[in-house]
Design a protein around this ligand. Structure first.
Ligand SMILES: Cc1cc2nc3c(=O)[nH]c(=O)nc-3n(C[C@H](O)[C@H](O)[C@H](O)COP(=O)(O)OP(=O)(O)OC[C@H]3O[C@@H](n4cnc5c(N)ncnc54)[C@H](O)[C@@H]3O)c2cc1C
Length: 375
């Protein structure tokens, strides 16, 4: 019998747990540990902030879902991993002390390094969890004139909600007849092409921004904030009355001292999603060291690869499944011109770019499908 421990109940951990339970016989034990029993569907948080969905629509109960799939669920905080003794130390939660494993799947996501931006906590909104999305939504409701600034800090690695929230605000103000009272600015630490990962995608997105009279400021790396200004690395002050900023990301601190991470704390993996240099550990999702944005669809595909390889390893077969790094997203402009982009990041081939209302619908349908197939 093998004890498989999966840490992290996000897109990566949930899919890995479900797939492993499918691939492995009843004699094996699959356990998922996460700090909250709620799974959050993050791509819907912009819609939550703008009042298009309710809090109950963006999360579901993991314990019930996992029980239906023969996976033990433990609500607890993971403090550290010991790959030599093969155990995980739990800081607090439903269990305490050390949980032993035969195989570990690390899926703890990324950390928000807000401490790297002076004044972030006091002066910026973000929408990277349910509470923050709700509080940003309250600020949006009170905002009727002035300047709204949206952007990512260097290392933020999540452009989609930046553009979606700028479009959602523009649309809201248009509907209320207040659009001409507000200047909307998107700030990027790089260029649009680097942020989006493709030249044709950048051209399409720029057209969309222009159509909503949203200005775009490239090469502005925001380093500190005051009550009404974002200060860039070059000393420029960008004034705002409303600010939504994606902070820098870093890898999970539970892996930081093991010598398996890059300079930003992301875990090295091979194409089979194994962690080189340590036995019996796989890593998947936002915690890994792949280049480019950190996206849920990548986490899901990595989880499927890891589950297939780990099941093969346990069953005495050679792991044969390889992960291919691909960028795929929809930027929902909440109207008729949503943008779809798909690009194979392992080649230099240009991206496939699509537009239209269909993609907005497809993104919402994907949420319904996820809920239907995982609850
Ligand atoms: C607002 C927003 C919009 C997005 N839009 C898109 C989109 O349109 N398309 C797309 O593909 N992706 C999108 N993403 C990105 C996507 O949500 C992430 O890439 C995805 O959630 C990563 O999955 P993960 O399982 O690796 O990490 P997470 O989803 O972050 O899951 C990690 C889990 O581990 C738990 N955890 C962390 N630390 C500990 C600990 N120490 N102990 C116990 N548990 C712990 C967390 O509570 C969480 O449950 C968006 C994200 C946000 C925030």
């Amino acid at each position: 019998m093998a004890k498989v421990l999966i840490v992290g109940g996000g897109f990566a951990g949930v899919v890995a747990a479900e797939r492993l339970a499918e691939h492995l016989g009843d004699e094996h034990q699959v356990t998922l540990v996460s700090r909250s029993r709620q799974f959050v569907f993050y791509p819907a948080l912009v819609r939550l902030a703008f009042g298009k969905v309710e809090q109950d629509d963006v999360s579901f109960d993991l314990r019930r879902t996992m029980l239906n799939r023969r996976v033990n669920f433990i609500e607890a905080e993971v403090a550290r991993i010991d790959p030599f003794e093969r155990n995980v130390t739990i800081a607090h939660g439903e269990v305490e002390g050390k949980l032993p494993y035969d195989y570990l799947v690390f899926a703890l996501g990324r950390r928000l390094a807000t401490e790297r931006i002076t004044g972030f906590y006091e002066h910026a909104h973000h929408l990277l969890n349910v509470d923050k999305a709700i509080s940003f939504g309250k600020a949006v409701k009170k905002f009727h004139e002035g300047r709204a600034v949206f952007g990512q800090c260097l290392g933020g690695r999540l452009p989609v909600p930046v553009y979606e929230s700028a479009f959602a605000l523009a649309r809201r103000l248009e509907e209320k007849g207040e659009r001409d009272r507000v200047r909307i600015t998107v700030v990027s630490p790089t260029t649009l092409e680097s942020e989006i990962g493709d030249i044709a995608g950048a051209v399409a997105l720029k057209k969309q921004l222009d159509a909503h009279q949203i200005e775009f400021l490239p090469d502005r790396s925001i380093e500190s904030l005051t009550q009404n200004s974002a200060i860039t690395k070059s000393g420029e002050a960008i004034d705002f009355n409303l600010l939504m900023l994606v902070p820098p990301f870093r890898g999970s601190s539970a892996a930081s001292y093991l010598g398996i991470t890059d300079g930003e704390g992301y875990i090295h993996v091979d194409s089979k999603m194994r962690v080189p240099g340590v036995e019996r550990i796989y890593a998947i999702g936002d915690c890994t060291d792949f280049a480019g944005p950190k996206m849920g669809h990548m986490a899901v595909r990595q989880a499927a690869v890891a589950a297939s390889n780990l099941a093969a390893e346990i069953n005495g077969h050679v792991p044969v499944s390889d992960y291919r790094h691909e960028l795929r997203f929809v930027i929902d402009d909440t109207g008729t011109d949503s943008l779809y982009l798909r690009k194979d990041l392992s080649t230099n081939e240009p991206a496939t770019v699509g537009h239209g209302r269909f993609w907005s619908w497809a993104k919402r349908a994907q949420k319904e499908y996820w809920e239907f197939s995982h609850t």
